[in-house]
Design a protein around this ligand. Structure first.
Ligand code: IMP
Length: 178
């Protein structure tokens, strides 16, 4: 295997603390009389999303749905053109929507996806990401809720993978080339 696990970047306790704080922010900003649709982008964001929604209060009308997308590219670079493998079951027209993603890198995937969801006329469309690699951005994406800003190094764990591996780790760790 050409990759090895490196040091811990963000330990599980810090993740849990930040997830709680993000849920608090989301809850404070949420309209009480309208459903809030939380859209998770499979597969990476599923881990973050399930922890996040369980920190939201009972008086919020929270709905959860998932999309599975892949961006066309040459294997190493994303083109930003998104192909939908699994679409939402929920009609988001007139609803408040928060898209939950594991990490924003170039921003191309998310920006294309947001364009697509905007076309379905939600009442509002916000973005919540666990990790943000700001310096890698190629297109502007407005991130409304951000867990951690990180430097441009490849990380895995808590949903994030490297060639399909290490999603199940409780901590977020660096990957090093062997
Ligand atoms: P982009 O913002 O369109 O460049 O693509 C973001 C996607 O790249 C994420 O959803 C991840 O699948 C992947 N990605 C970027 N950086 C990392 C990383 O450090 N670890 C794991 N996946 C990453």
């Amino acid at each position: 295997m050409p990759y090895k696990l490196g040091e811990v970047l963000i330990p599980r306790e810090k993740i849990a603390e930040r997830v709680k704080a993000l849920a608090g922010e989301i809850s404070r900003n949420a309209e009480r009389d309208k459903p809030l649709v939380i859209v998770g982008i499979l597969t990476g964001a599923a881990f973050f999303l399930t922890d996040l929604v369980r920190e939201l209060p009972e008086d919020l009308d929270v709905r959860v749905d998932f999309m599975s997308v892949a961006s066309y590219g040459d294997g190493t670079k994303t083109s930003g053109v998104v192909r939908i493998f699994h679409d939402l079951k929920t009609n988001i027209e007139g609803k408040n929507v928060i898209v939950v993603e594991d990490i924003v890198d170039s921003g191309l995937t998310l920006s294309h996806l947001l364009g697509l969801l905007k076309g379905r006329n939600p009442s509002s469309l916000k973005v919540c990401v666990l990790l943000d690699k700001k310096e890698r951005r190629k297109t502007e994406v407005k991130v409304d809720y951000c867990g951690f800003s990180i430097e441009d190094k490849f990380v895995v764990g808590y949903g994030l993978d490297c060639a399909g591996m290490w999603r199940h780790l409780k901590d977020i760790k660096y990957v090093i080339e062997d």
